[in-house]
Design a protein around this ligand. Structure first.
Ligand SMILES: [Zn+2]
Length: 386
């Protein structure tokens, strides 16, 4: 008989206030906040790409008493490390660890879309196991050959990562199925494949992962479908998959990639700024053409155990919109901190909005703001909103 995959070592002690992504997502799946058990909620995974983004996320988490999940992609790590992903990993994780030590909430750091296929991918995953608290081993697609990996290869490579990470106490996220999207306009949703329940069963048994990203129709990037025809998620399949996973281990949590919604107020604000600027490029139409997934569909996924929801696009859009607003207001301030603060505060607002939508507040302490009264507004200063 094949050896069983190693269980996650939950005795591992991480630095102060650091924990695994799985620990936070399991709490969400069980609806745990403080000592109370209530409705299932989700932990948005925010992709951070710069230090101000980290600061903004901590501020939002602490205002709301949320579980904090910070994800870094390979390209973000290269940005932190000025081209060197491993160095970027050391720098970013050190910075987060220092901030976590004086925080009021718990934080997980997670490698987004790591892969164990390429040599470079393997090196980043191995280094992440030393510096982060959770890793994604996305072996579903061979990015160089641009082809789906055979199920067995995906499972074997993901198991290698579990064999390495679980004994050290790091949670591992796998991916099964192919997700369409990204910024390529020719990529259509037909190219994504839904996760098959039988394959899910085999994959979970073989790999032992406690976090799994199935494909049920979500897409990466800012254009989830075309204007007027949004992607439709297969919520029925999501529930079928949950039943399969729960039977193997009720501690398994699902992950929704490409789960960003579109904030209409952000689009409106950006368009207003572009009008004021008489923008000669065609940016306005691009803003108007952005298509996000409707939030009620994401809520359907949360009910089906998708307790990690990856949200990036709407935060990027908020940042950019605020930058347009700052430049429209004044383009001659010789103090870059002013522009920086406008954009960082906008990110805080965006993060607060998503955390409230996902129900991720009051987990580690009572929120310091009134979540029922909070209104996302880019034209007001952050201090006026909280
Ligand atoms: Zn993704």
């Amino acid at each position: 008989m094949k050896k069983l995959p190693p269980k996650l070592n939950t005795d591992r002690k991480f630095p102060t206030n650091m924990t695994t992504a799985h620990a936070l997502c399991l709490k969400a799946k069980n609806g745990e906040k403080g000592n109370q058990k209530g409705k299932r909620y989700a932990v948005p995974a925010f992709n951070i790409t710069h230090f101000q983004g980290i600061n903004a996320a901590f501020k939002a988490f602490e205002l709301l008493g949320s579980s904090g999940l910070l994800a870094v992609s390979n390209s973000a790590l290269k940005h932190f490390g000025e081209g060197d992903a491993i160095y970027g990993l050391e720098v970013a994780s050190e910075y987060i660890t220092k901030k976590a030590a004086r925080s009021s909430i718990k934080i997980a750091t997670h490698l987004d879309h790591g892969d164990y296929i390429s040599e470079a991918g393997r090196r980043v995953v191995q280094a992440s196991v030393q510096h982060l608290t959770s890793v994604m081993a996305d072996n579903s697609t061979d990015k160089v050959a641009k082809a789906a990996m055979p199920l067995q290869d995906n499972a074997d490579l993901t198991r290698e990562v579990v064999d390495m990470a679980h004994p050290l106490g790091l949670s591992v996220e796998g991916e099964l199925g192919v997700l369409a999207g990204e910024e390529d306009e020719d990529t259509k949703s037909e190219f994504s494949t839904y996760t098959n329940p039988d394959e899910l069963d085999q994959f979970l048994q073989h790999t032992g992962v406690l976090m799994l990203a199935p494909t049920i129709g979500t897409m990466h990037g800012p254009n989830k479908g075309k204007p007027g025809s949004k992607v439709k998620l297969n919520i029925k399949l999501a529930h079928e998959l949950l039943a399969v996973a729960d039977k193997i281990n009720p501690e398994i949590t699902f992950v929704a990639h490409g789960a960003s919604t579109l904030y209409p107020e952000v689009v409106k604000y950006a368009v207003e700024q572009l009008d004021k600027m008489n923008d000669p490029s065609n940016s306005k139409q691009k803003w108007l053409d952005f298509v996000g997934t409707d939030w009620d569909q994401i809520e359907g996924l949360i009910e089906a155990g998708f307790c990690k929801i990856n949200t990036d696009t709407e935060n990027r859009q908020t940042f950019l919109s605020a930058l347009l607003g700052a430049i429209t207001e004044t383009s001659s301030k010789i103090d870059i901190r002013w522009y920086d603060n406008q954009c960082t505060d906008a990110l805080v607002k965006s993060y607060i909005q998503k955390l409230i939508m996902a129900g991720n507040y009051g987990v580690w302490h009572e929120p310091k703001i009134d979540v029922k009264k909070y209104q996302f507004d880019l034209s007001k200063s952050l201090s006026d909103l909280i």
